[in-house]
Ligand binder design. Structure first.
Ligand code: HEC
Length: 274
């Protein structure tokens, strides 16, 4: 598998600070095409399993009896229950509901902030007189697993509208991605760009071009389905940085940038990871 990994990877990551989202996206794609000349860009939706044949085989076996299936079924039930006032999630999610995952995160120009799918589900509950769900809890995992399943095959289509506030949120996410932090002084890009494809302890470092396509994820380590922001927290903790709140502004903006960098990639969630 070694030949999948180009040695010149670390020379190519400079992303011009003043580039706009479109230029960033072109540079991001180009980076991974050059880093993995033998891997189709689209295949990075399978994360580390696009880069490691042996791990891929174990993974495909797991997917024969997908451990996230129960969450998807529970989510379907939760999704179809009407709220006490007769409304439902579908009323909040628009015409394409429930297949809407590819549209998030999005910029809400009334509120002037980035909204993830989880955020919109909770806003919907609050607007209809129900309490918000725990962002890292079972019900949120189930609902998002159901919506991810319904959205499979759609292509990520995140928009940064022509609005200074949206661009500022995108740039904050980008800045987060390339900023070193923690006692180990690593940025997201240090692992997922500079040494992408290499081993870090027992793990093959995946390409960020597929990092947002498949959430929520059933992880063996968690023994349950969990959210992208939980993974963000874990990656921050790995470098001994203080993690941020799930669905706080920092991670919503980070998700906005990272998902924009995954534009055009096929959604294949929920998924299984080690
Ligand atoms: C010290 C190295 C390191 C740093 C720094 C790091 N990660 Fe990770 N990350 C890992 C490892 C190891 C894994 C598990 C193997 C893999 O899928 O790459 C992982 C997995 C992930 C995944 C899941 C991939 C999948 O296919 O499901 C995401 C998303 C992710 N990281 C995002 C980030 C973000 C965003 C940052 C910055 C906040 C970050 N990582 C910083 C090491 C790192």
């Amino acid at each position: 598998m070694k030949h999948f990994i180009s040695l010149c990877a670390s020379f190519l990551i400079a992303v011009p600070a003043l580039a706009g989202p479109d230029e960033d996206l072109a540079a991001f794609r180009d980076f991974y095409i050059k880093s993995f000349p033998l891997v189709e860009l689209a295949d990075h939706k399978d994360g580390a399993y696009a880069l490691d044949e042996a791990k891929r085989e174990q993974w495909l076996e797991m997917e024969d009896f997908p451990p996230y299936e129960i969450a998807v079924d529970d989510g379907a039930e939760l999704y179809s229950e009407a709220f006490p006032n007769g409304k439902s999630y579908a009323d909040c999610l628009g015409e394409q509901a429930p297949a809407v995952k590819h549209l998030y995160p999005r910029f809400n120009d009334n509120e002037g902030r980035v909204e993830t799918l989880e955020w919109v589900l909770n806003t919907c509950r609050l607007a209809n007189g129900l309490p918000a769900l725990d962002y890292l809890g079972e019900q949120m995992a189930a609902l998002t697993a159901y919506i991810a399943m319904a959205s499979r095959g759609k292509k990520v289509n995140v928009v940064v509208p022509d609005d200074e506030r949206a661009l500022a949120a995108y740039n904050a996410g980008k800045q987060f991605y390339y900023s070193r932090r923690g006692q180990l002084n690593f940025a997201c890009s240090s692992c997922h760009m500079q040494i992408t494809g290499r081993m870090l302890r027992a793990e093959r470092l995946s390409a960020a071009i597929g990092h947002t396509t498949h959430w929520p994820v059933y992880r063996g380590k968690w023994e349950r389905v969990g959210a992208l922001h939980e993974r963000f927290r874990e990656c921050n903790e790995q470098v001994r940085a203080v993690p941020f709140e799930p669905q706080g502004e920092e991670y919503r903006n980070l998700e906005y940038f990272l998902t924009y960098m995954n534009n055009g990639m096929e959604l294949n969630g929920p998924a299984t990871r080690k």
